[in-house]
Design a protein around this ligand. Structure first.
Ligand SMILES: Cc1ncc(COP(=O)(O)O)c(C=O)c1O
Ligand SMILES: N[C@@H](CCCC[NH3+])C(=O)O
Length: 437
């Protein structure tokens, strides 16, 4: 769904109503990024809540009749949740931790949905407790076991049924959810489960999600998913089960390559409505990446330069523990050298390599870039979605700070002490080597 093959008028309108369709890495102000790196050190995530606002507005312009939920998993900072909510979006959560974040950010329960996937008992305990305080929150369940386990905990509130639509899409096989048996109840099971929910809970509709980062090539799969959901909603209605909401998920892709076209959101919205057909309930969508991807960049500094036979390796202080996507999905992220005059240097094949002892720890491989020099500051684009969120402390490496463009701290940098804070306390008497077996 990324191809913007129209005549530009939809984009022009989107630009007028919600800001430019895409923010490219080249659009970020070099001086501001350099001074943030000087002040806060690297690696550093920089995030722009103003861009989140623009993205929310463009979604609302394209889908004026839909309930839009921001999928918090893409970027969970409190300011992001609050900005999305200020702009009229509800918050879709994937865990007890995300529900907690949303409620603590002041999002009213009626605008919070928890999508349970093989939910650990602690998650159900937490969310059912939260529901007692916020009886308007919605839970989405995709298995009879989950429904049973909610009932056992005394939950009888708003419950949505997750469907496995039998069709999916995504930028990589690891993020295609629709059709994978892990997610949702099969279409054939849906009428029975919906009837069961309608009997014992407040039936809040049906839900499906194709996958993440779906592109123009996947538009037919998206249509097919929406078509199946529309048909199911009509079948349920005709058997006497009113369907309040038909949630067709998120997954809207953004262009990661500099020359890739922007998503034509209006075309996606038209295709969605057309495939859905007439329904009694309300359409819902739950994008994550689209809201935050181009609102964030990652800054990293070159510390080592090595001439290799067919490329130059630039060793940097960010790696797969900072931004996992290249290692996990072979994801492409634009890289820009922010040094004055860097674009005048000769372009060579550059591999940007992190400090982790894994060969997969590369932010890009043999890419034509200005020859790097020790101390150069690099920016990595589209790091706002699933960037900070997927960071880890593997190799006992602290996670970086994340600041706004205005320099406010969203999350402070972890320290070495933070990394070992969950370890059993150190013995009070120091171990000498004689103690050892
Ligand atoms: C159930 C569900 N909803 C929404 C999303 C958000 O996806 P995306 O960030 O691609 O819009 C995901 C992640 O793929 C998801 O699993
Ligand atoms: N983490 C994935 C998206 C998966 C979203 C969760 N269902 C990515 O970075 O592309």
């Amino acid at each position: 769904m990324s191809a913007d093959e129209g005549d530009g008028s939809a984009d022009d309108r989107a630009a007028a109503e919600g800001g430019p369709t895409v923010r490219r890495l080249a659009d970020w102000d070099r001086k501001t990024l350099r001074s943030l790196a000087d002040e806060h050190g690297t690696p550093l995530y920089v995030f722009d809540p103003a861009r989140v606002r623009e993205n929310c507005r463009r979604l609302e312009n394209a889908f004026p009749d839909a309930e839009i939920q921001y999928a918090a998993k893409a970027h969970t900072a409190r300011e992001t949740l609050q900005t999305a909510h200020d702009e009229g979006l509800a918050i879709e959560c994937a865990s007890a931790g995300e529900v907690r974040r949303a409620l603590r950010a002041g999002i009213p329960g009626q605008h919070v949905t928890y999508t349970a996937v093989n939910p650990p008992a602690a998650d159900l305990d937490y969310v059912v407790d939260a529901w007692r305080e916020h009886p308007d929150l919605t839970i989405t369940a995709g298995a009879a076991d989950t429904i049973d386990r909610l009932e056992e905990r005394g939950f009888d509130g708003r419950l949505r049924l997750r469907i496995n639509p039998g069709v999916g899409a995504g930028h990589h096989e690891k993020v295609v959810t629709g059709g994978h048996p892990k997610f949702g109840a099969g279409l054939d099971r849906a009428p029975d489960l919906a009837a069961r929910i309608a009997e014992s809970f407040a039936f809040a509709g049906i839900h499906a999600h194709a996958g993440s980062g779906i592109s123009g090539d996947d538009l037919e799969d998206h249509r097919e998913l929406v078509r199946r959901m529309g048909d199911l909603a009509r079948d349920l209605e005709s058997s006497g089960i009113p369907v309040e909401t038909v949630d067709v998920g998120g997954g809207f892709g953004v262009p990661y390559r500099e020359d890739a076209p922007a998503l034509n959101l209006d075309a996606v919205a038209d295709a969605t409505r057309e495939a859905l057909g007439q329904i009694e309930g309300q359409l819902a969508i739950e994008p994550g990446r689209y809201v935050v991807a181009d609102a964030g960049v990652l800054l990293t500094r070159v510390n080592t330069v090595k001439e290799a036979p067919e490329m130059v390796v630039g060793g940097v202080d960010a790696g797969m523990t900072t931004l996992l996507r290249p290692a996990m999905y072979d994801a492409y992220h634009a890289v820009r050298n922010l040094e004055q005059g860097a674009s005048d240097r000769d372009a060579v094949g550059v591999t940007i390599a992190g400090p982790v002892c894994e060969t997969a720890d590369l932010l890009c491989e043999n890419r034509p870039l200005p020859r790097p020099a020790r101390g150069d500051l690099l920016a990595v684009g589209n790091a706002g979605a699933y960037g900070y969120e997927m960071a880890s402390t593997y190799n006992s490496r602290p996670r970086p700070a994340e600041v706004t463009l205005a320099g406010e701290t969203l999350r402070r940098a972890e320290t070495l002490a933070d990394v070992s804070r969950l370890d059993a306390p150190e013995p009070t008497t120091p171990r000498s080597h004689e103690d050892q077996p």
